[in-house]
Design a protein around this ligand. Structure first.
Ligand code: PEP
Ligand code: MN
Length: 362
């Protein structure tokens, strides 16, 4: 391996192990000047570990800017030379993988529109065979964890050992607050299935607009994501793609400084034993609550029998009002919100009605 290749590998390994891993750069590489200035301003923040830039842009509709193509790759090489930042590019075909690797791109990512298509993912995976490059895989545009998992498996089978996940939200029809609905539970489930795999959040494509980027990024950090990929541009309003969601490198640096960074875990034994004791208390209380709920249902069964024998209705409105009133008063004194008490009692009441129904119709 040449000294240059060795240095490249070391720089990428260092970036890949950063937590939180912060990747930023323009949606699209537009001109050499734009790429170099963005890279330098991002590097100057001292908070960014890799430079992203779209070279081939998968646009939903034809006619908009589809990326500068291969001629932009030397600009990224130059940006890396100037700043030391490893570079990241989206690839969707075998030819794009070859070109990106030929021009020493350090990290590749598979875009949301590619992850949905097993043929495309397989083509990319086959082209990756033998390459020692980390690959990030965005969630598919539709909320389907099997497709996301399938893409991970195809890339892993091609021998790629450093694989990360990017959560960029899911397409939805009609206007909502988000360009792509975050559906956080899907990202959490993907993390549960792949506990060792890096999961980073892309608030730019979730939000589609600047004003809520911070909220989404903070939420991701609160949910223990491993990093962020955020689009930045030297002149966001005039960006050739995704103008509404891009921010300047300096605004991004402010955003990073505003985020409250949390750690999932602390190493100290004292912290762990303290937490463990509290968790055991929670388990114990949960067990007791279950026992009590089971007993409550047994009483409900008895009431059901009694009502059946006397031919009266299950629902007695006065009694239900009385239960609610009592519970609100007690709940209030215990610091339980009215909303929670209502939902809790509704659930218990429904279960109780189902029990009585079974008895009365048996
Ligand atoms: C991008 O990162 O610029 C991009 C096209 O993203 P996605 O695949 O998430 O739409
Ligand atoms: Mn974009």
């Amino acid at each position: 391996m040449s000294t240059q290749a060795l240095e490249q590998n070391t720089a990428v390994a260092a970036a890949w192990s950063k937590r939180p891993l912060i990747i930023s750069g323009p949606c699209s590489a537009e001109t050499e000047e734009q790429v170099l200035e963005t890279a330098q301003r991002l590097a100057a923040t001292g908070q960014v570990h890799a430079l992203r830039a779209g070279i081939w842009k998968p646009r939903t509709r034809p006619g908009s800017f589809e990326g500068v193509g291969t001629k932009g790759l030397p600009w990224l090489q130059q940006a890396k030379k100037l700043t030391g930042l490893p570079t990241a590019v989206e690839v969707a075909t075998a030819k794009q993988v070859e070109d990106a690797l030929h021009f020493d791109v350090d990290i590749l990512w598979i875009g949301a529109r590619t992850t949905v298509n097993p043929f495309s993912v397989q083509e990319v995976a086959d082209a990756l065979r033998g390459a020692n490059v980390p690959v990030l895989i965005k969630n598919p545009i539709n909320p389907d964890l099997e497709l996301w998992t399938g893409a991970v498996e195809r890339v892993a089978k091609a021998g790629i050992s450093r694989i990360g996940l990017i959560h960029r939200g899911f397409s939805n029809y009609g206007n909502t607050e988000y360009r792509n609905a975050p559906m956080w539970h899907l990202a959490i489930e993907m993390k549960r299935r792949n506990p060792e795999m890096m999961l980073i959040n892309d608030p730019s494509h979730i939000c589609g607009r600047r004003d809520i980027l911070l909220d989404v990024a903070q939420k991701a950090i609160d949910l223990d994501f491993d990093g962020l990929m955020v689009e930045s541009h030297i002149d966001p309003d005039n960006a050739w793609s995704d103008a509404k969601q891009q921010i300047t490198p300096e605004v991004f640096a402010d955003m990073l400084a505003t985020i409250v960074w949390r750690k999932e875990d602390v190493d100290s034994a004292e912290f762990h034993s303290h937490l463990e004791k509290l968790r055991q208390q929670i388990n114990h209380i949960d067990d007791e609550l279950m026992q009590l709920l089971g007993q409550r249902m047994k009483v409900a069964d008895k009431i059901g029998e009694y009502k059946r024998n006397n031919a009266v209705t299950i629902l007695q409105t006065n009694r239900w009002n009385e239960i609610l009133e009592r519970a609100y008063r007690k709940g209030d004194a215990l610091g339980l919100s009215k909303e929670f008490v209502t939902r809790y009692l509704d659930a218990v009441h429904m279960e109780s009605i189902n029990h009585q129904n079974r008895i009365m119709n048996s």
